[in-house]
Design a protein around this ligand. Sequence first.
Ligand SMILES: Nc1ncnc2c1ncn2[C@@H]1O[C@H](COP(=O)(O)OP(=O)(O)OP(=O)(O)O)[C@@H](O)[C@H]1O
Length: 222
Amino acid sequence: MDVATHHTLEADSIWLAYQEQKILQNIYIKLETGHITGLLGRNGTGKSCLMRMIFGTLRGESQSVRVNGDYISHPYLQAGLISYLPQHNFLPKQLRVKEVCQLYHVDFEAVCEHFEALQQYRNTRIGDLSTGNVRLIGTLLVVLLPVSFTLLDEPFAALSPLAVEQMRKVILGQKPHKGILISDHSYEDVVAMADETYLLVPVGRSIRLKNVHSELAEFGYI
Ligand SMILES: Nc1ncnc2c1ncn2[C@@H]1O[C@H](COP(=O)(O)OP(=O)(O)OP(=O)(O)O)[C@@H](O)[C@H]1O
């Protein structure tokens, strides 16, 4: 998609249940390029499920994802549209760092421009890296992919404080030409970056926050 143009992604009518357990009920959320959108909620409120439904890899009772008003049935299949950072490691353990960069079409040197210390791991296999460094590389690859929308599920988890600070800068650097959805329990980092913030509350409703801190307290998140 043309990076110079403003794009919107709207997800609505999102309903999800497992057996009798309702998880998401009629969620609406809007992303737009040039914006960072925060997604908060207590453990188990459905943030990861919502991201997977927006990405298109999880089907619920109903879901509608529209990009610039056009319905997209499987967003993840559309080239250049969307990237998604899941909570678990998704990088093949047997591949070397430089090889996973090639796989994702992201220049290894570009990755190291943001995190100089990763230079030493060019030829290291993913399976031989520390948990934090695997997360760091996976997050960087997803963030740097040239797509219009990026969904980040806990991008700050497992990162040291300095790495969180640097990752925030990298994400903010992508903001001018991307719409970014971030969920992380390091909520102050999310709120500080977000142009708008949604809170998922039981059972499965989304609230777009106006007075973020007071409403986070009011709804029992903090
Ligand atoms: N495959 C599944 N089968 C049954 N229940 C599931 C399945 N996947 C998720 N759930 C349930 O859906 C709910 C939402 O899960 P989800 O992982 O989206 O929550 P979350 O808000 O991301 O939580 P956390 O902040 O702890 O990561 C949870 O109650 C979870 O147990």
